[in-house]
Ligand binder design. Structure first.
Ligand code: KIV
Ligand code: ZN
Length: 514
């Protein structure tokens, strides 16, 4: 059997961001994009530039950052202005791709677009041609292909390829398909579409019936050579095909699929944790590959079997997905060189200024806790990257609490202009007191909708990570995170982080065209 390569198209930053509450700012998207490069994805769909100035900016910055390490893709509808703005945003990319398309199911044509099939084909052809006038790599999506009339879908795809599409995406937009039928739909392209050999077939499956991974793999069996997916399977409604699931299925079962990918599987766990930490969307414990229990054996019979021979109950070696491979533990005496070396081993080549910030935070943490684990370092790097573009920086927080006693907090925030602002408040508990003190300074309407504390590492001295969500006056959700060995300090950082994101979103956009 010949070994073919399947391209991994990551849409965590576009479709994944459509998960409720998962909106990310440009810094956070850049942080994820850097990790996607380390993971080895082929294509990063960086955003939908016409949709907001923030998306435009993210595509632009990711294009500049990624260089030729991956194709950078921008989404557009089959509308001239969308395509022009996408091309504009991609100007910084070395390997740009425009992803454009239109609905193809009867329901989309009749109820959403209110146009005939012929008109849809005309629009698709014009969109692909316009996109090709800007870039050489154009992907065409046939929205809701999973519910479309196959004969019409094939006609549309043939026209898109003739107009210049280099990749044709067959999305099961509503998660309606099942593997046998979806595989047959993909196989039919090869049989019925003239010119199909000139384009890569891509699959983009949603998980409404829990079959996104199975459908995408059925597509590969039938000849698709690109899979669109997201880290942890996040995305619109029930989400998308999970990147880690398809990557590991193709990796573990060459006997079935006979294909390879460019994914460095040992980066999977770190990527999953980063996306979960930035979006605030937790991974369910029993989630395949990246769930906390994915490699946990609970019953005595299973434990006995695994202790005798791992493969009795484990089809994947956890080290292969980046779990438990390291025995390096840093301490306060480890020094700068050891810290830098360990960070590089973890894949972080930090610029000097960034390294200095992490070093200071490391010394502070190592002072409080005897041993600093890899997970602690990852949290510190994440925190450090998130301090960029702060409207308010948390300089200090002091609190008292007890029983009896009145929980009281004093905070000092520093503005970008260097102004030091101090205020105090009491509250029902120390976190409440801290939040009220911060509110007295920041004074922006918001509603705290979620508050979560997790231990990043083991032990009583573990670094605590607080994730919170706040709702702005206009109903938008902003996630904030903070990590510290004191969970009240972590809470103060998380709240300041969320308010910063809310405030940044209110700064008028510099980009006038959108
Ligand atoms: O699900 C879908 O159809 C999409 C397209 C925009 C590719 O996300
Ligand atoms: Zn989608």
């Amino acid at each position: 059997m010949s070994i073919d390569r399947v391209a991994i198209f990551d849409t965590t930053l576009r479709d994944g961001e459509q998960s409720p509450g998962a909106s990310m700012n440009a810094e956070e998207k850049l942080e994820i994009a850097r990790q996607l490069v380390r993971l080895g994805v082929d294509v990063i769909e960086a955003g939908f530039p016409i949709s907001s100035p923030g998306d435009f900016e993210s595509v632009r910055r990711i294009g500049a950052e990624v260089g030729d390490a991956a194709v950078v893709c921008a989404l557009s509808r089959a509308i001239a202005k969308d395509i022009e703005v996408a091309a504009d945003a991609l100007a910084t990319a070395k390997r740009p791709r425009i992803h454009t398309g239109i609905g193809v199911s009867e329901s989309h044509l009749r109820d959403k677009l209110r146009i005939s099939g012929d008109e849809a084909i005309e629009r698709a052809v014009a969109a692909v041609k316009l996109a090709r006038s800007f870039v050489g790599d154009v992907e065409f999506y046939a929205e809701d292909a999973g519910r479309a009339e196959p004969a019409f879908l094939y006609r549309m795809i043939e026209a898109a390829i003739a107009a210049g599409a280099t990749v044709v995406n067959i999305p099961d937009t509503t998660g309606y398909a099942y593997p046998e039928a979806f595989g047959a739909l993909i196989g039919g392209l090869k049989e019925h579409v003239k010119g199909i050999e000139n384009a890569v077939i891509s699959v983009h499956c949603h998980n409404d019936l829990g079959m996104a991974t199975a459908n995408a793999l059925a597509g590969v069996k039938a000849g698709a050579r690109q899979i669109e997916c997201t880290v942890n399977g996040i995305g619109e409604r029930a989400g998308n095909t999970a990147l880690e699931e398809v990557a590991m299925a193709l990796h573990q079962r060459p006997d079935i699929f006979g294909v390879t990918t460019g994914i460095h599987t040992r980066e999977i766990t770190r990527t999953s944790r980063l996306v979960s930490s930035i979006t605030g969307i937790r991974v369910q414990p029993n989630k395949a590959i990246v769930g906390a229990n994915a490699f946990a054996h609970s019953s005595g019979i299973h434990q006995d079997g695994v202790l005798k021979e791992r493969s009795t109950y484990e089809i994947i070696d956890p080290v292969e997905v980046g779990l438990g491979g390291s025995s390096i533990v840093l301490t306060a005496r480890s020094g700068r060189h050891a810290l830098k070396h360990r960070l590089e081993e973890l894949g972080y080549n930090l610029p000097d200024e960034e390294f200095e910030r992490v070093h200071v935070a490391f010394l502070d943490l190592a002072d409080k806790k005897k041993e600093v684990f890899d997970e602690d370092l990852e949290a510190l790097v994440g925190e450090s990257e998130r301090t960029v573009n702060e409207v308010y920086h948390l300089a200090q927080v002091h609190f008292t609490s007890g029983e009896p006693g009145i929980p009281t907090a004093t905070v000092e925030l520093v503005t970008q202009e260097g102004e030091h602002l101090i205020d105090s408040s009491h509250g029902t508990g120390p976190v409440d007191a801290v939040y009220k003190a911060i509110n007295r300074i920041v004074d922006v309407e918001n509603d705290l909708t979620e508050f979560r504390v997790e231990a990043v590492t083991r032990g009583i001295d573990a670094l605590g990570e607080v994730t919170i969500r706040v709702k702005s006056a206009d109903g938008r959700i902003f996630t904030g995170r903070g990590a510290h060995s004191d969970i009240i300090v972590a809470s103060a950082k998380a709240y300041t982080n969320a308010l910063n994101r809310l405030l940044v979103s209110q700064i008028p956009a510099a980009h006038e065209e959108i």
